[in-house]
Design a protein around this ligand. Structure first.
Ligand code: F6R
Length: 587
């Protein structure tokens, strides 16, 4: 996590420009932030204020999601070396920082923070003191330092930024300006991802592991770990800027939920057109492979559980594993197809699982939302879920598109589902917003909530519970309906809200619901069975669809809205819940 940004320009720019860019990365972490224009370093706690009229031609900035050391001004980046000559911003974790810190302290360095990152500044000050050139010192750093890092470094008096990458994302944006009719490079922007500059340029150079660059206003050079110059390709990318704006919505989360009908249609259409070849290749890889193993985390893991369910139904050997446990539970070989599911394309646990799969010679495919991301670049084949930018930390429209793409894949193997009316069906749920709000108000007075599902609604039960936890801070558990009686039913008390996802003819779910109702639970039903909506069923969201794979996805949309309105009723910080970050780039 953490977002880093660096700007070098041939002409003056306001510090506010640097902070505006940083603000676009705030979703990567938002405990504290700071910047340096190489003359002065400023740090603050809380949300980024994109202000600052002073002019500069160089600067680095950082928005933090704390790992080593609490949320304090001292721990905020950038960090300076003892003599203030070396200024760094770092995303990642320096694993052997303690060892390095001990050596540096013996050499007389005084540390001001509790972070692992600060060693980087002292390390380079020491190397420079020993007479090493900065490039040589970076090669030493790549040999001597273990861990993950994207580092931006300024040395006082030099109009350059040194940028170093291993396992944490880093990209160089090239902004061209015009002067006297001739094209010239106006600004270079180094950032954790392209979103930092996608509104002002569509040209970027992506760093690979153990590469570093020296970036100035009019020039940049890339080097390998040994310090030999390397050639890099400038890539053009497309990114819709409109989607990143909140417009008149109260929160990004509700805006993103409301975009679901549109993004679903866009993605499905692309599988028949722009992504047709990739989709065909995916189908053929699934056919050829002995088994499919998904690797994903959080919400993306829940989408992969749905994927495993759909494929399994068609007779394909499919399983999914939470990426951080992948190597402990996956049996992977050259005949295995590993499908990574990731909105950001940067989740470290997924990257690690893929590295493991690569070692075992498995074929890697990914479904990602952020193009040009690390996971996409690690894959033999990658499909874009085209959900558009997700700003709210809680993932919603990405989940829908991940799940629908997997359902479309299962359709190729005989899964019966009509996807043509999916957008309309989602809108049908939006038309029940008032009821959902009323139910949410009731739920918001409880401390706990349980969500029950079976088959295709089991992953959805978990996903709804995750949404509730993330943005309402209530305790919520998503469970298999059948598992409840093996322990958790002890927690059901008078008035405990239980959200029951009941598909047509799912008599077992009806029984599980009755079991908790008999113990005083307040039942909320999300169902496509009209008979469940009769009589005393006052807290019911009706999903007008068959029991095909759409039911689970649509039930999830209802759950997303429910979680949103509970959080709203509780006055929570919905788009940026405490302790979370959108992109989890640490293990
Ligand atoms: C939940 C959420 C997280 C992510 C998880 C994986 O709303 O957003 O649980 O789903 O961190 O992230 P990606 O999909 O970017 O790999």
């Amino acid at each position: 996590m953490c977002g880093i940004i660096g700007v070098v320009s041939g002409i003056d720019f306001k510090v506010s420009f640097l902070l505006e860019r940083l603000k676009r990365l705030e979703y990567r972490g938002y405990d504290s932030y700071g910047y340096s224009d190489s003359r002065k370093t400023v740090k603050s706690l809380g949300a980024i204020k994109a202000e600052g009229l002073s002019l500069t031609r160089i600067g680095i900035a950082h928005t933090r999601w704390s790992t080593h050391g609490g949320v304090t001004r001292a721990n905020a980046h950038p960090h300076e070396s003892c003599n203030g000559e070396v200024i760094i911003a770092h995303n990642g974790i320096i694993e052997n920082y303690w060892e390095l810190k001990t050596i540096l302290e013996r050499q007389g360095h005084k540390f001001r923070s509790e972070t692992d990152s600060e060693v980087v500044a002292h390390y380079f000050e020491e190397k420079i003191k020993q007479g090493k050139g900065v490039k040589k010192a970076i090669s030493d750093f790549l040999k001597e330092v273990s861990g993950t890092f994207a580092i931006l470094m300024m040395i006082k008096g030099e109009d350059k930024i040194y940028a170093i990458k291993r396992d944490s994302p880093l990209v160089l944006g090239i902004c061209e300006g015009k002067k006297a009719g001739a094209k010239q490079i106006q600004k270079h922007i180094l950032a954790s991802d392209i979103y930092a500059f996608s509104d002002i340029t569509d040209k970027a150079v992506f760093f690979e592991n153990d590469e570093f660059a020296v970036v100035e206003a009019g020039a940049y050079e890339f080097y390998d770990a040994k310090g030999s110059l390397i050639k890099k390709k400038v890539q053009s990318f497309e990114w819709n800027q409109e989607e990143g704006k909140k417009k008149d919505y109260k929160h990004f989360m509700i805006k993103e939920i409301e975009e679901e009908p549109l993004v679903v249609s866009r993605m499905l259409l692309s599988l028949d057109h722009e992504q047709k070849d990739q989709f065909k290749k995916l189908v053929s890889l699934v056919k050829k492979s002995r088994k499919i193993i998904f690797a994903a985390c959080g919400t993306s893991y829940h989408a992969s559980l749905l994927g495993a369910f759909y494929l399994h139904t068609t007779g394909i050997e499919a399983q999914t594993l939470i990426a951080s446990e992948f190597k402990h539970y996956a049996n992977v070989d050259k005949d295995t197809l590993v499908i990574a599911i990731s909105q950001s394309g940067e989740t470290m646990d997924v990257i690690d699982a893929l590295k493991y799969a690569q070692e075992k010679k498995a074929t890697i495919v990914s479904l990602v939302n952020v193009p040009y991301s690390t996971i996409q670049r690690m894959s033999a084949l990658s499909l874009n879920i085209l959900a558009g930018q997700e700003v709210a930390v809680a993932s919603t429209k990405a989940f829908v598109n991940q799940s629908v793409l997997l359902l479309r894949l299962a359709q190729e193997f005989g899964y019966k589902v009509n996807l043509s009316n999916l957008g309309e069906k989602i809108k049908g749920i939006f038309s029940q917003k008032d009821d959902i709000k009323r139910i949410a108000k009731q739920v918001s007075s409880s401390r706990d909530a349980y969500v029950l599902g079976r088959g295709q609604t089991y992953p959805v039960a978990r996903e709804i519970a995750l949404k509730v936890k993330e943005i309402t801070y209530m305790h919520a558990e998503g469970m298999m309906g059948g598992e409840l009686k093996h322990g958790t039913i002890a927690l059901i008390d008078k008035g405990t809200p239980v959200i029951s996802l009941i598909g047509c003819n799912d008599e077992d779910m009806v029984s599980n619901t009755k079991e908790v109702e008999a113990r005083g639970a307040e039942i909320i039903t999300i169902t496509n069975n009209a008979s469940q909506c009769r009589g005393s069923a006052k807290n019911t969201v009706f999903i007008d669809t068959d029991n095909d794979g759409k039911f689970g996805i649509l039930a999830c949309v209802a759950g997303q809205l429910l979680a949103y309105y509970v959080a709203e009723a509780l006055g929570r910080e919905i788009d940026k819940p405490r302790n979370l970050a959108k992109s989890v780039t640490v293990k």
